[in-house]
Structure formats: structure tokens, C-alpha cells
Design a protein around this ligand. Sequence first.
Ligand code: HEM
Length: 441
Amino acid sequence: MDAENDTDAQQVTGCPVTGKAGCQLDAVSLIDPEISAHPNAFYRALRTEDPVHYDEKLGMWLVSRYKDIVALLRDPETFSDKHGYEAQYASGYFEEFREILEREGGGFFPDVIKSDPPEHTRVRKLMDGAFTAHRVKTLEPGITRIIVDLVEKIAAKAANGEVVDGVDEFAVPLTIAVICEQLGLEHYNATKIQRWSSAVTAQIGRMQNREQMIENARQICELQNFIIGQVRDREANPREDMISDLVHARTADGGKLGFAEVVSLVRALVIAGNETTATAIGNLLFVLATQPEQARLLHENIDDDRYVTRFVEELLRIAPPVRGLAKMTTRETELGGQKLPKGAHMLVLYASGNDDETQFECPAKFDLNRGNIGLHVAFGVGIHRCIGASLARMEIKVAAREIVKRLDNIRLAVAVEEIPYLPTVATHSIAHLPLTFTRRR
Ligand code: HEM
């Protein structure tokens, strides 16, 4: 989304990274706030100058080219998800973080889905059935109802001349409502869930200080205590919901998931099911607000399912919510011509893969006519590929449809440079999106 702006900056002043003259890749980092918020020129510099680049400040190897990303993700034995994730988690404060969770949050529950085979295979097989394309199709009417209610709410607010925050008032409540319904969480507090989600995501974001870590740990304690109550309830009183399914499921070896495993999986679903999709829907609104021609065309073609599907795929390519996740080498190896020692901490830049000009022609262009539109890596590749991809696609598609059917003249209420992004290397998320619009007649 920023790529066109970044390209302009590059043309004016020459530097591929910041737009300023005379800088070097080694002098900057993905965690520099300016780069983190507007990263595309940095990604391009990585891909052309040093595709597997050691980011000194971050202490990680950045993997930026599409083909290296795919090769890495297809080799989970050499590039361990478990070790990469653990080394990333609460980075710099892990022991203190763990103590807080053990003291106040019912325990420290390692993320069982962020593991390697065979542990991963055992859990993943159980989860794979949860959001098949077929099952997600049956959820469409319910999801549409949730979305229409929210669109009507923001339309009424805008009709009073008020500015609407597309993230806080639409994208976040939407995705929280959908995942809570799936899990069977009836009485939830959306504001709390949003706070809890940000606190968990911050643990892989690498941009929190100690004070923030302590506050985030307290939020995660609250989240865990909430989940523990729900799991205990389903142990005693099973219902037709996903928490009950996890509590009572049989694994392929005939066993059951342990209590800590269930808590960690519910936590993963609450967070993964909401943060990433909310980011995608924030990005959808951003594109509609900043590219009125795309909004017009989408409205014209709204009953063409193929068109809307392609729109969603191109949105996920050009603005992938997940920017970078960690892996770690289990042996000496080589990637993209770079020799790597055992224990090298890698950050897979899915967002740079989607922006790779050797894979996607004119990557900064929102182009529904690409021959390879679905080949983006926004959901990952290989054994850890996103479990919720079909659900996320459905949510974005229904949101796109119901928004353009009901709302017109969607515009940013502030200058594009004033849009704030969350400080994290894990996602590229708009924090607030002030919008104005009218109701379509
Ligand atoms: C647009 C929305 C979403 C995006 C962009 C996204 C992206 C991703 C990515 C990039 C991965 C990691 C792949 C890897 O390790 O290489 C992932 C994994 C995962 N996602 Fe999503 N996701 C989204 C929505 C969801 C939803 C709605 C759910 C749940 C309902 C979900 C649940 C998960 C889980 C549990 C994993 C871990 C899978 C594993 O390690 O085996 N995601 N997602």
C-alpha cells in the first residue's frame, strides 16, 4: 500500500531505504519506526542488495525474496518454527514474563501449534477440519448478519456527520464477533479481547519495552484466566462449539489433548482469528478510501463472485497483514546464497515476498488481472500454512460486498501520512483509520 509513496520518495532523493541521501542497509533496521510503518522501499533494497540480510538491531536474518521464503517454508526440518518462535517470544524479558504468567495467569502455556513435527502434526490434524472451505461456506449467512449490523451502525454515525474509526468501530468488533461465535464465547467484552490480542501479538513484535511487557503480561493473565474458566466449563458441560470440540477431541493416536494444550490452542484461535483479519479489513477500507476507482469498480462488479474473490486475493497480496514470523535453523545451511550457522534466527518477510517484482509484475499496482493472483504468501506455505485462511477470506469478502453495497464516497478523514501503524515487526497493521462516507442511495 505504501509502495507508490515509497517509490516517489526514492525517485526524488535516491535512497532505497528512507528516501534520504547516503544511507546503507546496515545503518537501518526493520524496527526503526519510520521503516516499520512504511517498509516497501526497505524490502526492495533488501531484495536487490542483500536478500538474506542480518539486521543487527533486531538480531535476526531477514528473508526478503519470494523464492527464498517459499524454499524456507517448505523445509521445516532445517527451519524450525518452534525454536524460531520461542526465541522471539517476549524477547529480552522472557523469564520475567513467564514468572508473571505462572503467578497470576494460571500458568505458562507454550503455544502447542507453534511446534515442529511430530508434535505439530498431531495437533494440526485436529485443527485442519475446523475451517474447511466447505464448513466456512455454511457460516456465510451468520457472518453476513454480523457485518450488515456493523455497517448499518457506522452508516448511522456517519449520517450524523461524525468521523468513524474503521479499525476500532468496524474491523476489530467484526472479527472478534466472528471468532467468539465460533469458539462459543457468548458473553465477551470486545474491548478486553482487543487489548488481550494486542498484548499477545506484542510478544512476537520485538518493539515492546520492559514496562510495556509487564502491562502486556498482565493482560495475557486476564486472557488466560478467562480461557481457563471457559475450558473448565466445557469439560463439565460440553456444547456445540469449538472449545468443546477441542476439550473432547481424540487425536490420531487415540489420546486427548492435555489441559495446557487446549488453553494454548483456544488462546491461539482468539488471537490469530481476530488480529490478522481485522488488519486485512482495515486495509480493505484503506484501499477503498484511497483508490476510489477500485471502490467504483468493485461496486460495479459486486454480484460477480469471481471478481470479488480476485479483489480479496489482490488485497491480501498488496497489503498482507502478517509481515514477518520467526523460524530458526537447526543445522548449518545456505539460503539465497547466504551461509547460515545452526541457530540462526530468521524473520520470514511474507510482505516482501508479495512485493517481489520477480514474481509479481509492478507489485505496487493493485491489479486484478494478474495471472498469478493467488500465488501470494500472505497465509504462508507448507505445513504451517494458515488454518483460518478460508474463514478470513470469507470475512473479507462479505465485508467488501456489504460495505460497497451500502456506503459511498469513502474517504480518509486525515492526511494519508497521519495514519498510525502498530509498532511491531510481526504484522503491518493500521492502528486507527478515521473515515468519512455517505450512505449509498
Ligand atoms: C487475513 C487473515 C489472516 C492472515 C493473513 C493469516 C496469516 C497467517 C500466516 C502467515 C501464518 C503462518 C504461516 C507460517 O508459519 O509460515 C498463519 C498461521 C496460523 N493462522 Fe492465520 N492468518 C489469518 C487469519 C486467521 C484466522 C481467521 C485464524 C483462525 C480462525 C487463523 C489461525 C491460524 C493458526 C492457528 C495458525 C498456525 C498454523 C500452524 O502453525 O500450523 N489465522 N496465519
